[in-house]
Write a new protein. Structure first.
Length: 335
């Protein structure tokens, strides 16, 4: 288990430092990066009672569907893990709050790690579009908070995990680079642009893995590893890796995204173990960059660990975590 994933002793949510003025406007000074572990401790101690009221942790089945699921479906999540599962769904119901220091630090950390910048950025503005948020531009500029429908802060938490883990950070940056793919047009050969909105795609993958958890497709792996959020994060990274490989090798474009996301959704539900093994093989072969000072012990056996190029008017539709539908029809489609 990585240093970033260990929960350790829970901290107090109210012990966070006062929100720097620069987080909302132009950065007034350096804002410290936040680790996944620190952010998770914040949510473990925060008051999420209102968010918990909205969650539906499992799919409601009736009649024959319920009987077939009981007889032939995956095992139920063990009782001692259900609290961690519910925490994940509660975080997914928590919206981005400008007044919460931890929320803003998560956002700033994602920006810095993806762009390799040491400087922070304003809370609103076109720079979020360059990162792959679509948002709803207003008088203050683009707002990434509007792109978290259906995943809430868990959408940002999984991005944070992706960029703060030393073994997945190189992959995150490779995917981000592909998402900004631009080539000079040629008079002889038409150029196929492979750009896509990175953060929007990431939020869609979070939605997919949450639905797999909700349909109990991950219960066997969670029971085996006695973890839920770590399995959820690893499956997120594995699904993003799979999408990246197909997108790059088969020269996919944003026009293919709806079909690819639907395929990825099926793979995540039907073959999560295969995806996790693929990620494990990838990180075991990839050189680990220690430049950021983030150390991660070798995983135990069985552990797996864009704005300028996006087309105007294209959006991704989301499914709420509490929606009752078992099957999602076209919810990951790019319009």
């Amino acid at each position: 288990i990585s240093v970033e994933q260990r929960q350790g002793s829970p901290g107090r949510a109210d012990a966070a430092p006062r929100l720097p003025a620069g987080l909302l406007g132009q950065p007034a000074g350096p804002v410290p990066l936040i680790s996944f572990n620190e952010a998770l401790q914040y949510f473990q101690t925060a008051d999420l009672s209102e968010c918990r009221k909205k969650i539906q942790a499992t799919v409601r089945r009736q009649g024959l569907a319920a009987l077939l699921h009981f007889l032939f479906g995956p095992p139920r999540l063990q009782q001692q893990l259900q609290g961690e599962r519910d925490l994940a769904f509660a975080i997914a119901q928590c919206g981005l709050d400008d007044n919460e220091t931890v929320h803003m630090r998560i956002l700033q950390t994602i920006f810095k790690k993806l762009t390799c910048s040491r400087l922070g950025c304003p809370r609103y503005g076109a720079h979020w579009e360059e990162l792959g948020f679509q948002g709803c531009p207003g008088f203050q500029g683009a707002d990434p908070g509007t792109d978290l429908r259906g995943t809430g802060m868990l959408g940002l938490m999984q991005m944070l995990y992706f960029v703060m883990d030393s073994q997945t950070l190189p992959l995150a940056r490779q995917i981000f680079k592909l998402s900004q793919h631009e080539t000079q047009a040629s008079d002889v050969t038409p150029i196929l642009l492979q750009n896509f909105p990175f953060c929007i795609m990431s939020v869609n993958i979070t939605r997919i893995v949450l639905q797999a958890l909700r349909e109990e497709c991950l219960s066997r792996e969670c029971n085996r590893r006695q973890q839920v959020i770590t399995v959820l994060n690893d499956l997120y990274a594995a699904a993003f890796l799979q999408l990246y490989r197909v997108w790059k090798s088969q020269h996919k474009t944003i026009a293919d995204s709806g079909f690819l996301l639907k395929e990825l959704e099926l793979s995540t539900k039907k073959k999560p173990k295969q995806l996790l093994k693929s990620l494990e093989a990838y990180v075991s072969r990839s050189p680990v960059s220690m430049a950021d000072g983030i150390q991660r012990p070798s995983p135990p056996s069985g552990r797996v660990g864009s704005g300028s190029g996006s087309r105007a008017g294209e959006e991704i539709n989301f499914t709420g975590i509490c929606d009752l539908q078992v099957e999602l029809e076209g919810e990951a489609r790019l319009m």
